[in-house]
Design a protein around this ligand. Structure first.
Ligand code: KIV
Length: 266
């Protein structure tokens, strides 16, 4: 029997100083392959708005779309923990709709949800979700759903004062019950300081080497998404070229009559 990664496994990783891996997935077969590759957490990031659906920011995606992709990913995974990003406005209006929307994702097969930002209200949402049996991953530093109030894609926590503020927020999230916290676009040194002062693991998204885990958008890792590449992303393959080469070859074969062959017909 395959042992599923859960909140206890994740905490054990931090306690044993073992790094763990997180990648995004948006569809069934990608999720299946990431799971087979041993990725510990598979995140249905709302980055899917930009990467898979072609929206300009993550703000445009809603519950309906996130639900479809959450179900698809969850059906492909056996071992990894499946975490889904709660879309903009799905947890902001009031606590009971936040619990209902997050609960919907759990019913679809997610094992936890991720919510962005910090406020007294967010702390109450986290407490209620955890009381309901829904594990929560926090997200601090650069939080894309706050793009308009942050004034663009800006590095957060650059000064000691700013790092102290992120740490203060992270400690409050920890107290409210999150099982891990994504730190996005935070300098290496600040993320180290924050990580060393938290009991729960931190997950770096462009937050350097000292976090307990690393997350990347899988389309960046595969070299599939080519509109832009964040400085912190590493491209391990060239899926764009592979797709283009296969499509060109197919196009040529159809037009030259090489496809289908004798073996490919009834
Ligand atoms: O939306 C996303 O993919 C994310 C991460 C990469 C942290 O939030």
């Amino acid at each position: 029997m395959i042992k599923k990664v859960n909140v206890k496994t994740i905490q054990k990783y931090k306690d044993n100083k073992e790094k763990f891996s997180v990648l995004t997935a948006y569809d069934y077969s990608t999720a299946k392959y990431l799971d087979e590759a041993g990725i510990d957490i598979i995140l249905i990031g709302d980055s899917l708005a930009m990467v898979a659906l072609g929206y300009e920011t993550t703000l445009s995606i809603g519950m309906n779309e996130m639900s479809i992709f959450t179900g698809a990913v969850a059906r492909g995974v056996q071992r990894a923990m499946v975490v889904t990003d709660m879309p903009f406005l799905s947890y902001h209006t009031d606590i009971s709709s936040a619990v209902k929307n997050c609960g919907e994702m759990i019913k679809l097969g997610a094992n936890a949800v991720k919510i962005e930002g910090f406020s007294e209200y967010i702390l109450d949402v986290i407490k209620r979700l955890v009381e309901t049996g829904i594990p929560v991953m926090g997200h601090l530093g650069f939080t894309p759903q706050f793009l308009n109030t942050l004034g663009g894609y800006k590095i957060q926590g650059k000064t000691q004062e700013a790092a102290d503020e992120i740490l203060r927020q992270a400690q409050q999230l920890e107290k409210a019950g999150v099982f891990s916290i994504v730190l996005e676009m935070v300098p290496d040194k600040s993320a180290k300081y924050i990580t060393e002062n938290l009991r729960v693991p931190t997950i770096s998204c462009g937050a350097g080497r000292y976090c307990d885990a690393q997350v990347l958008v899988s389309d960046d890792v595969f070299g599939k998404f080519s509109d832009f590449k964040p400085k912190f992303a590493r491209k391990y393959g060239d899926m764009k070229s592979l797709i283009c080469d296969c499509a060109k070859q197919f196009n040529e074969d159809v037009k030259s009559g090489k496809f289908p062959s004798e073996d490919e017909i009834f």
